[in-house]
Each structure stands twice: as structure tokens, then as C-alpha cells.
Design a protein around this ligand. Structure first.
Ligand SMILES: [Cu+2]
Length: 307
């Protein structure tokens, strides 16, 4: 099942991405369709009549622009509606207001980040639906970008592309050899498919976690409101989605609900998902352990979905 079904992906104004680079912080240019002064655009928090969003988009810029491989930049983003007005009624979902995921076109680099990982969200952030965080991407080339956020009890997703300059460059093509075992950061993850991956049918898999030497663990702890997260993209990095460790009634969950803590890593962690089309995909299973909650693991798997 899709837990983060995009309601209006790609449906927003055509302002997103590099076109806006350098303009995002310019204020008045962004608020032409809104009432009030630029800095006050968007409703006060708790206002009963927020801007009447029927479509959403995420505008963004980097400083410097363009970004250079391996060099830290400041990434600033704003969630706007169909009129370019700040969406002042974003809902916190999975402990964050906007989840930003960057995947290199060669599928070697995966980053999942949020402003809250660096500084707290303020009322100004929420009123202007604008968030900012430092970002370093290791390789030049195109990065597929996914923004996950929520408003009006809807899961929302906007996708975009970001281009990084400099050296080193991404590989010319991704490594698409399927794997069922991944080892990273001293841990090993192994997946077993429990329902076959066939396009448009619900697939299922379980992820078994151990230390890299095979030692069992039992201290997986919730991170961002779930025991485990899964971000998946297609091999062409033109489509992506996000799901979580399965639990009963998961499909009925709304953005502000908390997921139960059911899995500590001592038994395989189940996932279900319906892939939209046949082809090769890559996913990253993310989780943390109470042994070191600051270390977020991202275990990568390449797999094929049958037609
Ligand atoms: Cu996130």
C-alpha cells in the first residue's frame, strides 16, 4: 500500500527548481498572489482560514548556486500553493515538517535531511513555510529530489531535480546489480521477499538486521516516528516514494498520527508496498539503534519488479 501517496505531485506552479535559484529569498517576487506584506505572507499559526491550497509546490534555492560537489551549501525551501502563497498550515509528520531526500542519478548517493536536524523550527518558519539546512552532496551531476510534507491531513510529495557542479562526477550509469544483503556502518541487512514484487500488486519483504559479524541486535528504536523507513526510487530516478515498517491499520494512518513501536531488530522487520511499474528500483532502509541514536543507517538494495 502507498502510505505517502502524492496528492498533487508535479501539479504545482511551474516555479520550482533552478528557475527560482536566487529568487527564493527575494520576498516580493514570491508573494504576488497573496495579501499582506511579503514577510507576513501566509496565515498565522492556528488561523482558521489558511490560504486555500488546492495544489502544492516546493520552491528552493541554494547558497552558493550552483552547489559544488563536496562543498557545503545552505539549502532553502518554501512550500507554496497554486498562487505562490506560503502554505502556513503545514502539519508535522514523522517528527518533521518537510522531509527532503536527494538521490544521485547514478544511485550511489542518498541523503535524507530536514531543518530540524540542525536547528529548531520557529513560528516564522511555519508562517512562511520556509525551511533551511546545510547540505553537502558528494558528486557532481543530477540529483533526484523528493519533498515529503503534509497539510489538511493529506500526505503530499513534490519531486524535482538539482544539479551539482565540480568534481568528482557521478558514474556514467548506476550499478543495477540486484542484492539481498547490504553491509554498511558495521551492520548487515538482509531482505527476504514475502510477496513477490509485481507491478501494481502489493509486494512484501522482511529486513533482518545484525551487526556485520552476525551478532544479533535488539535495540532498534523509533526514528522520525517509525521503527524503520524505506525510500525507493526507480532506476532512472524519475519516480520515488517512501514507506515504513508495516503495522496493522497502516493504511488508515493520517499524517499527524504516531506509528507504534513494534520492532526492536531481534526479528525481521516487515514492509509492504505496491510498485507502480515493472523495472529496476533501489531502496534504502533507514533506522537507528538506541546504542547510538545519532547514527542513522541507510541500507541499500537494488531489486527488480516484474511486469
Ligand atoms: Cu525525513
Amino acid at each position: 500500500m502507498l502510505t505517502h501517496s502524492p496528492v498533487t505531485a508535479h501539479a504545482g506552479p511551474v516555479l520550482a527548481g533552478p528557475v527560482l535559484a536566487g529568487l527564493l529569498l527575494a520576498g516580493p517576487l514570491l508573494f504576488g498572489g497573496c495579501t499582506g506584506s511579503p514577510g507576513d505572507s501566509g496565515p498565522p499559526i492556528g488561523d482558521s482560514a489558511p490560504c486555500d491550497a488546492t495544489a502544492y509546490d516546493v520552491l528552493w534555492s541554494t547558497d552558493p548556486s550552483p552547489m559544488s560537489a563536496g562543498a557545503e551549501a545552505q539549502y532553502t525551501q518554501q512550500v507554496v500553493d497554486q498562487d505562490g502563497c506560503a502554505v502556513g498550515n503545514l502539519q508535522q509528520n514523522h517528527d518533521r515538517f518537510v522531509h527532503s531526500i536527494f538521490v544521485s542519478s547514478d544511485l550511489s548517493s542518498f541523503t535524507h535531511t530536514h531543518q530540524e536536524d540542525f536547528v529548531e523550527v520557529t513560528s516564522d518558519n511555519l508562517r512562511t513555510a520556509t525551511f533551511s539546512f546545510p547540505l553537502t552532496l558528494p558528486l557532481s551531476g543530477r540529483y533526484f529530489t523528493m519533498f515529503d510534507y503534509a497539510a489538511k491531513d493529506q500526505w503530499l510529495q513534490t519531486d524535482d531535480d538539482l544539479t551539482v557542479t565540480g568534481e568528482p562526477a557521478q558514474a556514467a550509469s548506476p550499478d543495477l546489480v540486484p542484492n539481498t544483503t547490504a553491509t554498511a556502518d558495521g551492520m548487515t541487512a538482509t531482505i527476504v521477499w514475502t510477496a513477490p514484487a509485481i507491478a501494481t500488486y502489493e509486494a512484501g519483504w522482511e529486513v533482518a538486521l545484525t551487526l556485520a559479524d552476525g551478532t544479533a541486535i535488539d535495540d532498534v528504536t523509533p526514528w522520525l516516528g517509525a521503527d524503520a523507513h524505506c525510500v525507493v526510487v526507480d532506476a532512472a530516478t524519475t519516480w520515488g516514494s517512501h514507506t515504513h515498517a508495516w503495522f496493522p491499520d497502516m493504511g488508515g494512518m493520517t499524517p499527524t498520527m504516531d506509528m507504534p513501536h513494534l520492532y526492536d531488530g531481534s526479528a525481521p522487520i516487515p514492509f509492504v508496498f505496491t510498485f507502480p511499474a515493472a523495472g529496476t528500483y533501489k531502496m534504502w532502509i533507514q533506522y537507528t539503534r538506541s546504542a547510538d541514536p545519532s547514527l542513522v543507517y541507510a541500507m541499500p538494495f537494488v531489486f527488480t519488479v516484474a511486469g
